[in-house]
Design a protein around this ligand. Structure first.
Ligand code: SF4
Ligand code: SF4
Length: 347
């Protein structure tokens, strides 16, 4: 994106972001960011993933529109479609248009395989603001086909046609065979004019493990490629990379929401079932309660969207409430006095 038109779109987007950030600072009674699942199905089957299936149908468009309206009425600032693979939803453009009509930022997280020139132009017309692709390796392997080799031609198309911001995420940590791949992916992203981030993945036990020395070296190099993007999250990422717990207050359920295909509100993709309330019943009281609810999984959390939204409220209100699933009758809370069995990783 180097044309006058694309720069104008970028400035307008930044102005809208600025306005929404001011709104987020002014009040804590509305959500800032939500990930919404329009379809659980995916056209890939990455070995490490617990967020997809191979069969489920798209959420009906009318139902998705109701959810978008409700989130807008709650005062949401930014809505990101995730999955599964959200581009498999037949009416995704219509859903994005509605997000933009209601004054929210519109984002999508995709594996990128369904992108072509025409699809990118449709996303431009729908008013998409951000697109993120996570690339796992340089060459496809038995764990993941999300490789630079498979996706590079789509990245070139994005560089030529996308009017939205593109971020390429690479990964380091457990199960990643070659850490140098993350660096190759990040260099290519920057070369094409995108931003680049790196995610650190766990071994599935929920424990933080420090990155190995060669991984840390790659991590530092990627950070230096895109300093501005990392500045706000530096502390969180640094601690995760070194295997140190973070001291922070997770405001999921209040400032960050994860809405599954069944229309339930969850803390995040890794804590599905909490609070487990249908979105169309979710109100300001739920937001206020969850704002004050402590999440015992916070120290070892790697969910960067939750970190990002929590920064807004870093200095605010301590959390004194215990987390439990409201999906069950409220008279039978799941929390135990020592908090040891609250919040479990779902599936
Ligand atoms: S592309 Fe994404 S949603 Fe699909 S299987 Fe891989 S990680 Fe999961
Ligand atoms: S894993 Fe826990 S701390 Fe992290 S976003 Fe989810 S609920 Fe919050």
């Amino acid at each position: 994106m180097g044309t006058w038109k694309s720069r104008r779109i970028e400035w307008k987007r930044k102005a809208r972001e600025f306005g929404l950030a001011a709104k987020a600072l002014a009040s804590t009674s509305h959500p800032i960011s939500a990930h919404v699942i329009p379809i659980r199905r995916c056209n890939l089957a990455c070995k490490y993933c617990n967020e997809f299936d191979e069969t489920s149908p798209p959420v009906p468009t009318a139902e998705m529109l109701r959810r978008i309206e409700w989130l807008a009425d709650l005062g949401l600032s930014a809505l990101t479609f995730s999955g599964g693979e959200p581009l498999l939803h037949p009416d995704l453009d219509q859903l994005m248009l509605r997000v933009r009509e209601r004054g929210m930022m519109a984002g999508v997280i995709t594996n990128g395989l369904l992108l072509n020139e025409q699809r990118i132009e449709r996303l431009n017309s729908a008013g998409l603001d951000y697109l993120q692709i996570s690339i796992d390796n340089v060459q496809p392997d038995e764990v993941s086909l999300k490789s630079l080799k498979t996706l590079d031609s789509r990245l070139v198309m994005l560089a030529q046609h996308a009017e939205f911001h593109v971020n390429i995420n690479s990964v380091l940590g457990s199960g990643v065979k070659n850490p140098q791949d993350a660096l190759t992916i990040a260099y290519r992203a920057i070369e094409l004019g995108f931003t680049s981030t790196v995610g650190i993945i766990h071994d599935g036990t929920g424990q933080l493990k420090p990155l190995r020395p060669e991984e840390l070296e790659v991590f530092d190099k990627i950070k230096s490629l895109n300093k501005s993007h990392y500045s706000a999250l530096n502390g969180f990422q640094e601690n995760i990379a070194h295997g140190r717990p973070n001291e922070w207050r997770c405001r999921s359920g209040a400032r960050y929401l994860y809405i599954c295909e069944d229309g339930l509100v969850h803390y995040c993709s890794q804590q599905r079932g909490y609070p487990g309330v249908p979105l169309l019943d979710y109100g300001v009281e739920d937001i206020r309660r969850e704002f004050r609810t402590e999440k015992p999984c916070a120290p070892n959390c790697t969910v960067s969207c939750a970190h990002q939204t929590a920064i807004m409220d870093y200095w605010r209100v301590p959390q004194t409430l215990r987390a439990f699933s409201h999906h069950r009758p409220r008279s039978t809370p799941q929390a135990q006095p020592d908090g040891s069995d609250v919040l479990v990783q779902v599936e």
